[in-house]
Design a protein around this ligand. Sequence first.
Ligand code: ZN
Length: 162
Amino acid sequence: MDNLWKAPGIPHKGWELHTVIDLGEEGYSFDEYETCMMCGQENIRYVHIVSHREINEDYRVGCVCAEKMTGDYVNPKRMETNPRNRATRRSNWKNANWKWSKKGNLFLKKSGHLLTVFKDQKTNNFKCIIDNEFGTVLHPNIGAAKTALFDKMEEMKEKEKW
Ligand SMILES: [Zn+2]
């Protein structure tokens, strides 16, 4: 990969950090670790999403580059050591390694549970299943069902804590 620090026309400063994605979260496999788009060298587990008003696309970069690009030497690292805020986890969740079953349902194995998004053929809506238990709510689309599963799993985790 190219080192964009040396490329003409790529700004070195003035980037804005939006979020940090942890590729090491469950649901991702290790071979999905990325290379920093800016330096082409850092092998990154925590992908820092940054943007710049003069550049059309978001860049996915490592912590070292994110610090230089934003001029912020606190937040890129802080968001990396604490990526487990709910918002980050929630967006990771939707992009997790969901698979299609032979019956045509989406499923995800997570924390010892089997989560399934089941299409209700009668209504064309979606139901959630955790292990063998059907949820009662009908969701209009797959994304909504995934989010509901996320919330339910968070709730279960909270209960297990005490
Ligand atoms: Zn880099």
